[in-house]
Design a protein around this ligand. Sequence first.
Ligand code: PLP
Length: 361
Amino acid sequence: MAFVEVYLDRIYHNAAFLNNLCAKKGIGVVGVTKVTCGDPAVARSLNKASIKIIGESRIENIERMKKAGIDSEFMLLRPPERSKIKEALELADYFLVSDLAILEAFVAADIETEVHGYIYMVDTGDLREGVWYREAEDELKEALKIARDKLLGIGTNLGCYGGVIATPEKFQILIDLSERLKRFTGFQLKILSAGNTASLPLVEYGTIPEGINQFRLGESIVCGTDVTNNRIVPGTRQDTFILHGEIIELKRKPSVPEGEIGQDAFGRKPHFEDRGVRLRAILDLGEQDVLPSGLIPLEQGIEVLHASSDHLIVDLTECPKEFRVGDTLSFRMSYGALLRVMTSKYVRKEYIHELQKGQSR
Ligand SMILES: *Cc1c(COP(=O)(O)O)cnc(C)c1O
């Protein structure tokens, strides 16, 4: 069975490194675990690295972590369906909200004595969630009327839909909005929640405007990468998760199919280049488990060709190593590939604690 190794100490390293980096600029980190489906072992590593708030997009994941004994504060990054709002209030402490109707529904159901806080999202150009920044002032005043002192702050998200790159000007929008709200209502927002991983360069280069005091970080902690800026995040490790698939067929075959070509199993029109006869392996993985384009083989000379639901085809012709059926091939993964691997119930998760292993010897 295919399996993924989760290197908890490497994730801890990334979390501690980024938490320190942000702390130096007065920025608190929310550690986002959604790519791991709320894996409790990963959450524990983040808490151990002094990250106090775990960010999650789904209440099922928060429930999973709480059941596993994760004693942390939680931020729900995306509202659930309306019928689950009461449940969400029982599970999380902070909520990102981007619609007045949803905020109303939250506040109406929020009658417990526990203190919940809301962060209203502002769209600064990426076109995912939030009120469009040019129209934000009036909507924020409405949000304040609804949530009153439970409106903790405002936030924005970049690099997700539009792939928009973070700049100081984008974050200045949050600061200006906060100041205008203060001027007109006398109300001081406590949190300006600026970024996800895509915004980290501003912290690294020291160009983040003063006043921004929260970052929500997932990819950079979990993968050590920043896909929006197409880079590795300096100071982090990328070997946090390693996927292993087993060879279930090993054969030499032509590189071009024989017969009239229609569409593949996913309705895609395949293209082939004639490279002669190739040595190909089939692994026990498929589109159900991975994003084939996001797999990075650890061995030199291996090329991922294609996957259907359950068959991953790789070309081993250029690899100097000899393989046999039953051997495993190993991969690092992009964020997208990791998301599928962690979501697939067919991929076994193995947790590696290197430091503890070392100590017990
Ligand atoms: C997923 C998510 C994050 C974390 O983003 P990364 O790019 O993984 O750092 C932050 N904020 C919101 C609202 C999110 O949905």
